[in-house]
Design a protein around this ligand. Structure first.
Ligand SMILES: [Fe+2]
Length: 389
């Protein structure tokens, strides 16, 4: 079997890595970058730090700080327009993404559309951005979506009520600055949601039908890092060792699923997020125990290995026992991290029921359920959605 592995050419990993930005840009030959970020990054002072680094390097740059959570077609339009304008001195020759998964996903789409043209739907799976575009330097501030390490972006078509999965090398960052110190101020709710997202990436990459030896090692390493540290960062946000472990785990999980793909949890999570504006990591968390229950018998050895890597089972537990422990852990984790049910989140049951058919269709069309150890049909998808209440 041959696996196609893509990754950033430069990784700067560790506390204080942000200070390496100018060197990274110089190595990539970037002199006129567009910075893509969001208002929270401005408020936290991270954009001011970026200004200082870029000014000191004498670079000509502009900032687009209006990305939104769970980016939409409309939300990226102004960024694409700015991308096409360039700076006073010429066209942009690179993009810097600063923030959580949403600004990074926005930057990926803005970079590709600004450079290659077209509309984002032109790049929706099974189509792809199949050529390298302008270099993108991704600086994640959550741990995380892993977007700094993946060939994917997710953009919501708000008119169609659909989260579009867009793959391809054009969306792969040229460099990633993985600085856990940027996550120290992330509040508990976002820490929990993004942390469960990272855990889900690692588990789904490991049980995926597209799993490969390269992704397996990265997924297991990610689970070993995330398993013991997720509760710690939720309860104690300034625990530097735990934040560092989560950040590295998130990036390794991103690397794993960039080649192995995600599976049924993500396939069902995107329609749920698009229809009811549930944050991405939270909708994954709502689904993870139920989907693991559904899938367990189809890949008992794989799920057992996940349980051992996360640290809730040992080598002396057989696969059946380890699988039970994994399920128990996922339920306990949701409880401890205060993950709401759809009802607690305020979703209207009648509207949920009315959208079941559409959500099931969108989930199947995304291709992700087909990577799952057990592939549900349309009716089973609907039952799985109903089981979340
Ligand atoms: Fe995710």
């Amino acid at each position: 079997m041959v696996s196609n592995i893509l990754m950033p050419r430069i990784l700067e990993v560790g506390g204080g890595a942000l200070e390496r930005l100018a060197g990274v840009l110089a190595a990539l030959g970037v002199q006129r970058p567009l910075v893509v970020t969001d208002p929270m990054m401005v408020e936290l002072g991270y954009v001011a730090r970026l200004h200082a680094l870029l000014e000191a390097a004498g670079l000509d740059y502009r900032v687009f700080a209006d990305t939104v959570p769970e980016p939409t077609l409309t939300s990226i339009l102004d960024g694409v327009a700015l991308m096409r304008e360039g700076t006073a001195q010429g066209a942009f020759d690179g993009v810097i993404a600063l923030g959580g998964g949403s600004p990074i996903d926005s930057a990926k789409a803005i970079g590709v559309l600004g450079h290659f043209g077209g509309e984002i739907r032109d790049y929706q799976f099974p189509r792809a951005a199949s050529q390298l575009g302008l270099p993108l330097v991704a600086i994640p501030t959550t741990a995380g979506t892993g977007s700094e390490m993946t060939r994917f972006t997710i953009i919501t078509d708000e008119a169609a009520g659909e989260k579009m999965l867009c793959p391809g090398i054009g969306f792969m960052p040229a460099a990633a600055i993985v600085d856990f110190e940027l996550t120290l101020s992330v509040p508990p709710r976002v820490t929990a949601d993004t942390g469960i997202d990272a855990l889900t990436h690692a588990i789904e990459a490991y049980v995926s039908r597209k799993a490969n030896p390269f992704s397996d090692h990265n997924a297991l390493a990610a689970m070993r890092l995330i398993g013991p540290h997720l509760r710690r960062v939720y309860h104690q946000g300034d625990d530097r060792a735990a934040r560092e472990a989560m950040m590295l785990g998130s990036s390794l999980a991103g690397l794993a699923f960039s080649s192995a793909s995600v599976a049924l949890v993500h396939g069902m999570s995107r329609p749920l997020g698009a229809a009811f504006h549930v944050p991405h990591g939270m909708s994954n968390a709502m689904l993870l125990p139920a989907i693991t229950t559904f899938s367990l018998a189809a890949a008992p050895a794989r799920y057992a290995t996940c349980a051992r890597a996360i640290g809730v089972a040992t080598d002396s537990d057989d696969d059946a026992r380890a699988g039970e422990r994994l399920l128990a852990e996922l339920v306990a984790l949701n409880q401890e991290l205060a993950v709401p049910t759809p009802r607690d989140y305020g979703i209207d049951p009648a509207r949920f029921e009315a959208l079941l058919d559409t959500m099931a269709e969108q989930a199947l069309a995304s291709g992700s359920p087909g990577n799952n150890p057990r592939v549900p049909n349309h009716a089973e998808l609907i039952e799985l959605y109903r089981s979340l209440w």
